[in-house]
Design a binder for this molecule. Structure first.
Ligand code: 13P
Ligand code: SF4
Length: 309
């Protein structure tokens, strides 16, 4: 009797599908994926897919971005409810009103937003290229940055740009506790703290490295230290530990967490191995982006990809 992983791999071949997975997916899903990466890497990979079906093991905005970039492919997502608190914080009608109130501003949006929001934007960014994208805008041009206020504040601190920020945040990265982080650091005084820029300022101020999930993995690989406290979603530890099996990786503790001391994204974890199988079998749920929105959303994504080369 074949196990679920074997049946997925068989079905994947039969259906001519590829599985793209984010680092926050459960370990079993990452293990059967053709590609595991951060938001930028996943977009670049989605664009190149030649197979008939892209099964996106991630959240809704990521699957939507894949569909925008590669519209002739069938893009399926194991659970349509796999959303994102950042994307949900930014409804298109309110965002449109905000933009209309500031007509002289360039609109930069973090990729963690809906296709409708991207369609209202001038340029998109991810956590790995946000500084570069903002710095590409002439100094005298005012900027609206949405929806992540924490990433926005981080960019302001690094670039000195005065940006208008949307009031959105990531529920996972806002849950890290500074007091508990300090406690953990006392237990591992030699550990280097690394953090994702969706974290709050007081957490970022403790970090020696701030970057995207892929950037954080690269950092632990290349940094000579052997101990790291990792302030991002705990799913990253799977690939990170595979890359540095001899190093000690400690998940940063969350405020409300007295048990496992790690943070998980409830949206990302809605995808399960069983749902991946069912999704491939039924080729649903499918991601659909209306063509008028897709065309408009493609422009700021392509601008970002061009600048990220
Ligand atoms: P990256 O993997 O692009 O760093 O993004 C993190 C994240 O929160 C995705 O939702
Ligand atoms: Fe959204 Fe945060 Fe989950 Fe990433 S970790 S998908 S930003 S809620």
């Amino acid at each position: 009797m074949k196990n679920l992983k074997e049946r997925i791999l068989e079905l994947k071949k039969e259906k001519n599908a590829v599985i793209l997975a984010h680092y926050y997916q459960e370990a079993d899903i990452q293990d059967i994926a053709d590609y595991v990466g951060d938001s930028l890497g996943l977009s670049q990979e989605a664009m190149k897919v030649d197979a008939d079906i892209i099964l996106f093991a991630g959240v809704h905005f990521m699957a939507e971005t894949a569909k925008i970039l590669n519209p002739t492919k069938k893009v399926i997502l194991p659970d349509l409810k796999a959303g994102c608190s950042l994307a949900e914080s930014c409804p298109p009608d309110l965002f449109k009103k905000f933009i209309d109130e500031h007509p002289d501003h360039i609109v930069i949006t973090y990729v963690n937003c809906s296709a409708e929001i991207k369609a209202l934007s001038d340029i998109v960014c991810t956590s790995s290229n946000a500084l570069k994208i903002v710095e590409s805008i002439p100094k005298e041009t005012p900027i609206i940055f949405a929806p992540d206020k924490n990433l926005g504040k981080y960019i302001i601190s690094k670039t000195g740009r005065d940006m208008l920020l949307w009031d959105g945040s990531c529920v996972v990265h806002e849950a890290f506790s500074l007091d508990k982080l300090i406690e953990v650091h006392k237990q591992y005084p030699d550990a280097t703290i690394i953090a994702h820029p969706e974290s709050e300022t007081h957490i970022l101020q403790t970090a020696s490295y701030i970057g995207s999930t892929a950037g954080m993995i690269d950092y632990v690989k290349t940094n000579p230290n052997n101990q790291f406290i990792v302030a991002t979603e705990a799913g990253i530890l799977h690939k990170m530990q595979q890359e540095v099996p001899h190093k000690i990786l400690i998940p940063a503790p969350a405020k409300e967490d007295n048990t496992c001391a790690c943070s998980e994204c409830g949206y990302m974890k809605m995808n399960t191995l069983q749902k991946v199988y069912d999704c491939l079998l039924t080729e649903s749920p499918e991601i659909d982006v209306p063509e008028n929105i897709r065309k408009k959303a493609l422009v700021p994504i392509e601008r970002m990809l061009e600048l990220s080369k």
